[in-house]
Ligand binder design. Structure first.
Ligand SMILES: [Zn+2]
Length: 87
């Protein structure tokens, strides 16, 4: 069975949740470096970013920081904060 779940924050109603990772090494390709007035701005290819040894610490509301203390998507999906959506 296919379904989609969406976060709804019990504190602020926001619908974005952040996955907070710890002990992670991230590798991101740099396409170019733009220099202006002595500032160096990398242009990253975020779609090709990879992370290694990542460990999920928690999930939290992207707006107010409300913490859902679970460490996997499976556990998150079973909480009352995730609701099925039809698209
Ligand atoms: Zn919130």
């Amino acid at each position: 069975m296919n379904k989609s779940l969406k976060f709804k924050c019990p504190k602020c109603g926001h619908d974005r949740i952040e996955e907070i990772m710890i002990n992670v090494i991230v590798s991101t390709p740099v396409c170019r470096i733009n220099v202006s007035d002595g500032n160096y701005e990398p242009e990253y290819d975020h779609l090709k970013a990879e992370n290694y040894d990542a460990q999920v610490d928690r999930y939290q509301c992207a707006e107010c920081g409300f913490i859902v203390p679970v460490r996997s998507l499976e556990a998150l999906a079973t909480t009352e904060y995730m609701q099925e959506v039809k698209d």
